[in-house]
Design a protein around this ligand. Structure first.
Ligand SMILES: [Zn+2]
Length: 389
């Protein structure tokens, strides 16, 4: 859509740039959009003329949410496993293999339909950037097609061939690592921006993780890592050492892990995924400890059919505030600018001139309502690349 668009009559504008407080808030503001970008931000009284106008009605406007961790390419669901877990069975991560079987058996069109359905669901809840991982194919062909389908919907695609060791390689994990680093990576890399490994007891140990991530880096993929979710381990420090954009979960951290993330030269973001703790009834990560140490924190959904089947960033914000003692401002920043940092993006997660015009208009006067009114559909309107959805 060409021409300029003015989002006007904004009661509270979260810019994550210049303005009041950590969210860079402006009151009684307007945003001018041209060619899909933010062209101007300022007081509504001084707003320039535009071809079209969206009246925010005095409500709050935020950057669209940046969900930097989601597993959308799969088939089937695991509702029965969830019910069993809620009845007292522990979460072990083993259910991933159930989804692998269903995903391998699914057609391309079935996988595509699921990705589009979940991406649409997230968009309606304000998510304008969404990372999508493979990781339920675990064969050369199935990982490649998972990423090809993901790339139809997002530029932030992640090769997660090292999600679990599939059953057929259970007694020869070294051979599987060889497959991941060899033909699987070669087939996946053309469709992927990132490489990820589930570095955890029962998945991939630190030596395997290091080898796989190094292979990905060698072909130009950026590094991210599932680390320290189910117990303490070396994953977080491996991620920092490799210059990972993000280490994700960070539920069980030592003082040395926190120190590594807070290091003066560290560019690695700690991405917290409270939907996973909610859905597995597990202790939440200690967000306060990370924030107080000066670590950059992101929030993401971990949307997947096993351990966190939510696509809702507002839900994750509410959990982060209620259960992880983040302030509403910290949680909103982590869900926008934090997610952008976790994807090494400076054009999203902010509403400043030059940024992509991805924004949400709330059905509420303040961003505070995202945590204050949990479970309520507060996203009134979404602009993606400047285009009203
Ligand atoms: Zn995950």
């Amino acid at each position: 859509m060409s021409g300029s668009l003015l989002v006007d009559n904004i009661g509270e504008l979260v810019t994550n740039g210049l303005g009041e407080g950590p969210l860079g808030i402006r009151r009684d503001a307007a945003v001018l959009v041209e060619d899909g970008r933010v062209a101007w931000v300022g007081a509504a009284a001084y707003a320039p003329a535009a071809d079209r106008r969206v009246d925010a009605g005095g409500a709050a406007v935020l950057p669209g949410f940046v969900d930097s961790h989601a597993h959308l390419v799969f088939a089937g669901d695991r509702a029965a496993e969830f019910a069993a877990r809620m009845a007292g069975q522990p979460y072990t991560g083993g259910g991933i293999r159930t989804t692998v079987g269903a995903t391998r058996a699914a057609s391309d069109d079935d996988l595509r339909a699921t990705v589009r359905r979940l991406r649409g669901e997230a968009l309606r809840q304000g998510t304008t950037t969404m990372e999508i991982k493979s990781g339920y194919g675990l064969t050369v062909a199935d990982e490649a097609r998972s990423l090809r389908i993901a790339a139809e919907t997002s530029t932030e695609t992640t090769f997660l061939g090292a999600h679990v060791v599939p059953a057929e390689y259970a007694d020869r994990p070294d051979d599987y690592v060889g497959l991941v680093c060899g033909p699987m990576l070669a087939a996946a890399a053309p469709h992927a921006k990132w490489i990820d490994v589930f570095c955890e007891r029962g998945a991939f140990d630190v030596d395997h993780a290091r080898a796989i991530l190094a292979c990905g880096q060698a072909v130009g993929l950026g590094v991210r890592l599932h680390a320290n979710q189910l117990g303490p381990g070396p994953g977080v420090q491996l991620g920092v050492e490799l210059g990972a954009a993000s280490v994700d979960h960070c539920t069980h951290l030592s003082d040395a892990d926190v120190d590594a993330l807070a290091g003066a030269h560290t560019t690695t973001v700690a991405t917290l995924l409270p939907g996973a703790e909610f859905s597995t009834r597990s202790p939440y990560p200690d967000a306060r400890r990370l924030l107080d140490a000066g670590v950059t924190v992101a929030l993401a959904t971990d949307c997947n059919p096993g351990s966190s089947y939510t696509s809702s960033m507002p839900f994750c914000i509410a959990l982060a505030v209620r259960e992880m003692r983040m302030t509403p401002a910290e949680a909103v920043r982590a869900a926008t600018a934090g997610g952008a940092r976790a994807l090494r993006r400076d054009d999203v997660g902010v509403l400043t001139p030059g940024a992509r015009a991805d924004l949400v208009v709330l059905d509420a006067p303040s961003y505070l309502h995202l945590a204050y009114r949990p479970g309520v559909p507060l996203i009134r309107k979404v602009l993606l690349n400047g285009v009203p959805q």
